[in-house]
Design a protein around this ligand. Sequence first.
Ligand code: THU
Length: 139
Amino acid sequence: MIDAKLLVEKAYEAQKFAYTPYSGFNVGAALLGTNGKIYLGCNIENAAFSPTNCAERTAFFKAISEGQREFLAIAIVGNKDDAENTEYCAPCGVCRQVLAEFCDPKTFKIYLAKNKDDFKEYLLEELLPLGFTSKDLDR
Ligand code: THU
């Protein structure tokens, strides 16, 4: 059983570390591995812009670089420094593609939160229909 509320709380913890001097848009992600561990990620910007890494990919790359390759769910939160209202923050296309590399589209869950008590749940297949994966390379 996935503790979605805990995962959302962890995403808010990760968001505190976002390095966003250029956009002021702070994203936090909490990724749950099948090993029960939660990997935190924040976005990390750069003066050259394109080296910027999204929160979701930070979390994935941390986990994978520590030997964990199987995942159950991710929670994502994002808003501007001075935002009065937090909106749901959906993962960008590049992050969806990274999710598709490691996660089962039919079971992997994505929680998008507005606050600690208000979040929506999606399956990866809903956010990335007809995704390109390693299976396509076998045909
Ligand atoms: N960002 C993320 O961290 N995740 C997403 O899925 C969307 C965008 C970051 C990248 C950049 O630092 C800031 O949000 C504005 O695009």
